[in-house]
Design a protein around this ligand. Structure first.
Ligand code: FAD
Length: 467
């Protein structure tokens, strides 16, 4: 293996091969600290050509590769798990190659952080709408490889829907240049979709052509106390009717989730005087400047209050207040991390079935695990819930966490009964690799394996993840 490491040093330069244990450690554990593996080294190529040479050399030595972007993934996909892999870090591929305002596209390298892509778009008076709480750290290659969702899927779609073209280094080191900025291209199989959401198991994405949109010039944000979870779905329909496509986010937050944020995140406060079981964060936006979205939000919420769907509400009167309301939603993951370990689920069901899911899964969990604390929140407009549970008492919690398989079974069976998905936006990685076998049709799994075998016959790309 010393020969391989020497070869990697020749390709990227001495400074960009990390193998000293202390330097390597940050790349071996995932964001949640749930998975820690071992690797031969981590390599930081600076260009697609360098990265391709790294992949070729590893393939020649029969050494497996783990692609890693911002390492904010939540399913353990970005860290090694069999030992002896080479971690390929994409952070130095961080150039914005082109912004084409007439075509409304931006071409960026995989190692650009999501925030950098948003800023580059904004510099050209455009919006790149993908937005999630990890955007300062996660990278666009990671977003593509997990088909990240986030808070604006409702209006703009997930990463897959925002992508027009890709450049990918294949498992044998060949470079596929599919960087086309076309909205119409019916020339056979659309190969980019194979790599989006593949979690690095089919190749390494090195660049992408992404869609841009007009920059919103008016935005209104409301924090709303709901009658119950059913009211969220009714309010969503009402706001869609009132605001149409201007409805750019619709998030649900259960009281336990808000309480964790208020407890652990300094500077946060409850915007409403009374406590309520369920809240919605509603955002409207429009490319035109002026008083466009606020009257629509007031009209919709006024109607909802009259009909009893909404019990109380606060509307942001400034960008600072809007950011403060958003911080209540965006800090939930971090607050949970500070609180301690919980059993987490990232599930989706048809929007119309969310209240049934919450009722049924909640009742089943409470009957087996009295005192369970259910922290539910998420992108309800997309049918996507983050549905996490723990025991408030730390000593009870350790025993509860040992029941993870049983808890997963209750939650995931309830999701499956509603024709839902056990991974809405985080992927499978290591976390759900076994679990998915229970819920995906054997034929679908076989087709996925056939694709994997065809592109990566030696099984060197991110082994033991996803499949
Ligand atoms: P990594 O964690 O580095 O990698 C993720 C996977 O992609 C791994 O399997 C890795 O091998 C692979 N990979 C990385 N780069 C490449 C590449 N260039 N080519 C091929 N494979 C690659 N996710 C959402 O979808 N919506 C949310 O709202 C959301 N909120 C979050 C909030 C917080 C606080 C945190 C910590 C995470 C959140 N996430 C969310 C999860 C995470 O941010 C996303 O999955 C993100 O897309 C991962 O990007 P990354 O660069 O960190 O990828």
């Amino acid at each position: 293996m010393q020969e391989l490491i020497a070869g990697l040093r020749c390709i990227v330069g001495d400074a960009y091969v990390v193998d000293a244990p202390n330097d390597l450690a940050p790349y071996l554990s995932d964001w949640r600290g749930r998975y820690t593996g071992q690797a031969l080294c981590a390599v930081r190529p600076a260009s697609t050509e360098e990265l391709a040479a790294v992949v070729r050399l590893c393939a020649d030595h029969g050494v497996a590769i783990v692609p890693q972007g911002g390492n904010t993934g939540l399913v353990g996909g970005s860290v090694p798990c069999q030992g002896g892999e080479v971690i390929v870090l994409t952070g130095r591929l961080n150039r914005v190659r082109e912004v084409d305002t007439a075509n409304n596209t931006i071409t960026v390298e995989a190692g650009c952080t999501l925030a950098a892509v948003q800023e580059a778009a904004q510099d050209h008076d455009r919006l790149f709408p993908l937005s999630l709480a990890a955007e300062g750290t996660c990278q666009i290659g990671g977003n593509l490889s997990t088909n990240a969702g986030g808070v604006h899927v409702l209006r703009y779609g997930n990463t897959r829907e925002l992508t027009l073209g890709l450049e990918v280094v294949l498992p044998d080191g060949q470079i596929w240049n599919g960087l086309r900025g076309l909205r119409k291209d019916n020339t056979g199989y659309d190969l980019k979709h194979l790599f989006i959401g593949a979690e690095g198991t089919l190749g390494i994405i090195t660049a992408a052509v992404l869609k841009l949109f007009p920059l919103p010039r008016s935005r209104s944000v409301g924090w709303v106390a709901l009658r119950d979870a059913d009211a969220a779905i009714e309010l969503l329909a009402l706001m869609r009717g009132t605001a149409g496509d201007r409805l750019s986010a619709f998030e649900i937050v259960g009281r336990p989730a808000l309480e964790l944020v208020l407890k652990h995140m300094p500077g946060t406060s409850d915007p409403l005087s009374d406590a309520h079981d369920w809240y919605a964060l509603v955002e409207l936006s429009d490319p035109a400047a002026g008083d466009i979205t606020a009257p629509l939000l007031e009209e919709g919420l006024g109607e909802a209050m009259e009909s009893g769907l909404v019990l109380d509400a606060v509307l942001a009167a400034s960008e600072a207040q809007a950011a403060a309301l958003w911080s209540l939603r965006e800090n939930i993951s971090e607050a949970q991390r500070v609180e301690g370990i919980s059993i987490k689920h990232d599930v989706s069901v048809p929007v119309s079935r969310i209240p049934d899911f919450l009722r049924e899964a909640g009742a089943a969990l409470r009957s087996e695990f009295p005192d369970v604390r259910i922290v539910a929140f998420g992108h309800v407009g997309d049918g996507n819930l983050h549905y996490n549970m723990s025991k408030p008492d730390a000593s009870d919690n350790a025993t509860f966490i040992a029941q993870t398989p049983r808890v997963n079974r209750i939650v995931h069976d309830s999701v499956a009964a509603k024709n839902g998905s056990i991974s809405a936006e985080h992927g499978l990685g290591q976390l759900k690799r076994e679990e998915i076998r229970r819920y995906k049709q054997p034929l679908e799994l076989e087709l996925m394996k056939a694709i994997k075998r065809s592109l990566d016959p030696k099984g060197l790309m991110n082994p033991r993840k996803l499949l």
